[in-house]
Design a protein around this ligand. Structure first.
Ligand code: SAH
Ligand code: SF4
Ligand code: F3S
Length: 376
């Protein structure tokens, strides 16, 4: 019996897929890289932009013929996209050949769902509203010498464009002890040279614990673990990146000098509309601090162009921020309205053509900066 997993979206999803693989291997399945050879195909989906959702519908839809020819094939869809009730229902109605539809919080029940589908020969749609990180399930790690380590789940920030808080729930940190234990075990295998800590906003790690622990403390405690390994983490929210965290990164050799610090926009009115809770000036202050304390630190960022009501001048502020910071690399995204978010209901949605022009300008600028800096 063989399984094939198709993963969309961010590193969190990549890591969740390692859990899905763990569940399936415990059940006796073996991995295959060919859908044609699989007895179960799992799609782990992303809802961040419309394009991501369209790709999932396209990919799942393409399996219709395969399922007709091989009715015993089980098709499951899980993740952020199907965590939304409407989308899950749409998926169920549109693709009668999909057997299992579940969300992010009940993904760990996959094994039980497979048994139910096999025994009852009935389709199944099940979503939970919240859930804890299940620490007991094994991961089948697939990222070479890098090991992903979840330190928290969810997000409390509700940036007005973003679907994540609706599909991943509120921030929940893992106990420090349990994170340290996991990393110690990973390092002891000798196989993992890079430990990547994952969370939507790692800088607010530990604030929700009964006995709060700061992200800076977690980092320095991880550095005390003996062994030859490096630590990286993502994502940092500028509003929560403390001086202590910058100091720890500067001090500890084990921490990679590489910070992903999404700015999203360089204009204060847009930043406020996005509910980002910092200004351009505050953001630049943090960049200055990083540059002063951590020479040659790699800095990268995400940007969204065409947020509702963004004018050409306001877009130019984003352009000039990138020119000023001279990032090592950026991700530039076209704003995509997500149903249920505050921004999707705002007046003044921007024309698609204008959004494309703006994103292309940013990507051209990124290339220009990289070329100049590479020359240096
Ligand atoms: N938690 C991280 C990243 C979350 S999603 C953070 O706060 O930075 C990754 C990136 O997707 C975001 O940084 C943002 O640039 C982009 N993004 C999120 N929602 C989007 C939307 N509706 N349209 C376009 N890009 C979006
Ligand atoms: Fe989305 Fe903002 Fe949370 Fe990041 S911090 S996941 S962009 S709501
Ligand atoms: Fe990640 Fe996409 Fe979900 S970016 S958290 S997989 S919506």
């Amino acid at each position: 019996m063989k399984y094939h997993i198709v993963t969309f979206g961010c590193q969190m999803n990549v890591h969740d897929s390692e859990k899905i693989a763990g569940i399936l291997e415990e059940k006796g399945y073996e991995v295959t890289d060919k859908k044609e050879d699989a007895d179960i195909i799992v799609f782990n989906t992303c809802a961040i932009r419309e394009g991501a959702e369209d790709r999932v519908f396209g990919n799942v839809g393409a399996l219709k013929k395969m399922k007709r020819e091989r009715p015993s094939l089980i098709i499951a869809v899980c993740g952020c996209m199907t965590q939304k009730q409407e989308t899950a229902e749409k998926m169920k109605a549109k693709f009668p050949f999909v057997d299992i539809i579940m969300g992010t919080f009940n993904m760990t029940k996959l094994s039980e769902y497979i048994d139910r589908v096999r025994e009852q020969k009935k389709r199944l749609l099940e979503l939970y509203e919240e859930g804890d990180i299940d620490e007991l399930l094994p991961y089948k790690r697939t990222s070479g010498d890098n090991a992903w380590v979840n330190i928290m789940q969810g997000c409390n920030n509700f940036c007005t464009y973003c679907i994540v808080p609706y599909v991943r729930g509120r921030e929940k940190s893992r106990e420090e002890e349990s994170i340290l234990k996991e990393i110690k075990e990973l390092v002891a295998t000798g196989q993992y040279k890079k430990i990547t800590l994952l969370g939507q906003n790692v800088n607010s790690y530990g604030k929700d614990l009964k006995e709060p622990v700061s992200f800076a403390k977690l980092l320095s405690d991880i550095c005390k673990i003996e062994g030859d390994f490096k630590i990286w983490f993502m994502t940092s929210h500028p509003k929560d990146l403390s001086d202590e965290v910058i100091d720890v990164i500067a001090k500890e050799d084990k921490i990679l000098k590489d910070i992903h610090l999404p700015a999203q926009s360089g204009n204060n009115r847009i930043l406020a509309l996005m509910n980002r809770k910092y200004t351009r000036e505050k953001y630049l202050e943090i960049i200055d601090k990083i540059r002063a304390k951590i020479p040659n630190c790699r800095i990268t960022s995400d940007f969204i162009v065409g947020f509702p009501t963004e004018t050409e001048e306001e877009f130019n502020d984003t352009y000039s921020l990138i020119e000023q910071v001279r990032y090592d690399s950026i991700f530039a995204f076209i704003y995509s309205p997500r149903i249920g978010t505050v921004a999707s209901k705002m007046e003044g949605q921007i024309d698609e053509k204008v959004k494309h022009e703006r994103v292309n300008k940013l990507l051209k600028l990124e290339k220009k900066i990289q070329k100049e800096d590479n020359k240096k």
